[in-house]
Design a protein around this ligand. Sequence first.
Ligand SMILES: Cc1ncc(COP(=O)(O)O)c(C=O)c1O
Length: 421
Amino acid sequence: MTAKESLHQIAGICRRHETWRQETINLIASENVLSPAARRLLDTDFHHRYAEGHPGARYYEGTKFIDEIETETHKLILKIFGAARADVRLPSGTMANEAVFSALMKGGGVALAHGIAGGGHISHARIGALGKRADKILELPRLADGFRMDAAATRAKIAEHKPRLVVLGRSLFLFPEPVAEIREACDEVGATILFDGSHVLGLIAGGMFQSPLAEGADLMTASTHKTFFGPQRGIIVSREKGDDWWKPIDRAVFPGVTSNHHLFTLPSLWAASLEVVEFGAAYAQATIANAKALGQALHDRGFAVAAPDLGFTESHQIAIDVKDFGGGRDVSRKLSDNGIICNMNLLPGEDPRKNARNPQGLRIGVQEMTRFGMGPDEMGRIAEIFGACVKDGQNVTADAKALRDAFPTIGYGFSEADLSS
Ligand SMILES: Cc1ncc(COP(=O)(O)O)c(C=O)c1O
């Protein structure tokens, strides 16, 4: 193939991907779409540039405009989360975690975190970023429902093991964490509380989930592109202001885990943060209502949706046990072949070493379809199509496309015209 032919191939693959994703119902809980304004702002000369350090104190020339953008984005993130300190220079949530772990776990020690089977992220695990720093990672106790933390047992574990760090927040994240309930126990042993808000950042910003810093978390890390409206980046925010406290984290971000910080996505994060201020509360409310509605509709169709006694969820996600239909791998593949994209997921209590490649569960998130304007009626329709595919073995590709086609426009955000009008 000539280079030109390969170029056409590249363009063709991208076009086919875009068309496919426009015609399918995306229920992957960690994804979302950018508004037209935020997407347009990705394509600027900042794509070509470098800026190490802080605005006004860079190690490069040519940064006066990115300095302005970084300063304003930083201010807005502080305001949205009621934080005393923030860093907006992280290219991803995993790098935000890496920076915090390297600053706070220098020299090792014990950390408490949700295991993978408890819904925790790989960066909180022995094989991930935390495992590189901690001598020992102990699992946070859960209540019998498997999804909520057991605050009393956690307090006892903190008193017994005296961790340096307690990592809250998860990838399978249905219910708020008991931050206030463990604050005092952490104070007694000098433990820091990190809340990883990657999944629920937009719900927190919209005031509809929990407020980790106000409840007593010392730090929150997050990626900015799941329920928050941003491009793929990360942030760290802190309740404490003191220089002695913040300096190691600042140094861990740069030069610890970053050099340049992918400047081209920062204007988009600023725009997305403005959208969160403007539309975040309504969006978070609609998202959570949709997740509950989808949980109920699937439950009514006989699916084993987790936590029915607790209203299924308080976030954008629900979890379903699909072992009776062949397990998460087969069911998610079948759905994907039929125009409904979601991912397999371990359920609480499953052994990741045995089941990671074919877990019992599915994790479903409604945040993207909510951004396209779907509401509880459409959640009922998704449940119908889902049931026809998974239970009755029907090909539902055309039904999924017809439903998706009725919601072509991204809401809760600014248009391209808003950039100049
Ligand atoms: C709880 C949690 N933390 C961190 C991350 C990593 O975020 P990123 O993909 O931005 O590195 C994820 C990703 O899904 C997550 O679920």
